[in-house]
Design a protein. Structure first.
Length: 321
């Protein structure tokens, strides 16, 4: 009977121990808030456990390693930055490490962003490393780009530029016959102007048609953003354009010279590139603001002058003139 009692006690102790260990492994962790933990490239489970303990995600690196051997899946851990949820169990943390569910950071490039602002965004991006020059204007495809802590700014720019090259090559291959631009580079230049001239998606193809029609006739494009670009490299001007600036010949100003500028004035998005490569079937040569955030288009100068007068009347009613 004594031996039987001892056996029962031993079994009970083992059961209790197993329950305690299981609770320790699957139970809530010590952190009351989300944590960021970096697992270096080539790190062992022991090194990862040390980093987790330093961050406060687990109570004991030794205990984590011990329980991982007993309850873990046996997979290798992946390097990277991990977002550890508040109260995450040791079991959940090991699953994150083994599945490589690293934290994704993003740097956003809105449509029409000039390259100086792309550079600013890269400099501000937390977790990126290294210096990078301002990208060539028009070489970056606007989008949101994921990165991990430790990635270089230069590598992110390379991905942005590769995305633009790939998209432009695909779009150019599908271009509409007879369009005004004759090279992919010209398409980017004109798309950058279209991007800056309208914020209404429904207008892009018509704006592209206006500029295409003007190019064919040898008319100056007369796009205000091309006047501003050489002054600020795409940053806001913060004031009205001066008459002297409208007359300045600098390679960009499309009031002073006919044809396209010498280069893009921003990084155009997919929709503006598509609009240039497939413009609306329109003979319009002019457009002016309509007071609602869009534009009204005209085929002839008398029609355009009448539209301008309507726009002036709207501005006078608003007290802007």
């Amino acid at each position: 009977m004594r031996k039987l009692g001892c056996l029962v006690l031993l079994i009970a102790a083992l059961v209790v121990g197993a329950l305690v260990a299981t609770n320790m492994w699957a139970g809530a962790g010590p952190s009351n808030e989300p944590l960021a933990v970096m697992v270096p490239e080539g790190a062992s489970l022991a090194r990862a456990a040390t980093e987790l303990e330093k961050a406060g995600a687990i109570r004991s690196a030794y205990r984590f390693r011990l329980l991982a051997r007993v309850f873990g899946g046996g997979g290798s851990i992946k390097a990277g930055e991990y977002a550890i949820p508040a109260g995450a169990s040791q079991s959940d943390i090991l699953t994150l490490l083994e599945e490589g569910k690293v934290r994704q950071r993003f740097v956003a490039v809105p449509e029409g962003y000039p390259s100086v602002l792309v550079h600013d965004a890269l400099v501000r991006a937390d977790g990126l490393s290294g210096d990078v020059a301002v990208p060539r204007e028009g070489s970056v495809l606007p989008d949101s780009y994921a990165y991990q802590r430790g990635d270089t700014r230069a590598a992110v720019v390379e991905r942005m530029q590769a995305a633009m090259r790939d998209y432009l090559a695909t779009a150019w291959a599908k271009r509409k016959p007879g369009i005004a631009v004759t090279t992919p580079g010209q398409a980017i230049v004109l798309a950058s102007i279209v991007e800056k001239e309208t914020g209404k998606p429904a207008e892009r193809r018509t704006v592209a048609a206006v500029y295409g029609n003007r190019l064919r006739l040898g008319m100056p494009l007369q796009a205000d953003p091309t006047v501003i670009y050489p002054l600020t490299k795409g940053r806001p001007l913060g004031r009205r354009i001066r008459v002297s600036e409208l007359r300045a010949k600098n390679g960009y100003n499309t009031y002073a010279s006919p044809g396209l500028p010498v280069g893009p004035i921003a990084n155009p998005g997919r929709a503006s590139i598509d609009a240039v490569l497939d413009p609306a079937p329109s003979r319009a040569l002019y457009f002016v603001a309509d007071g609602t955030g869009g534009h009204v288009f005209a085929d002839t100068l008398p029609q355009h002058n009448a539209n301008v007068q309507k726009w002036y009347a709207i501005r006078r009613a608003r007290g802007e003139m």
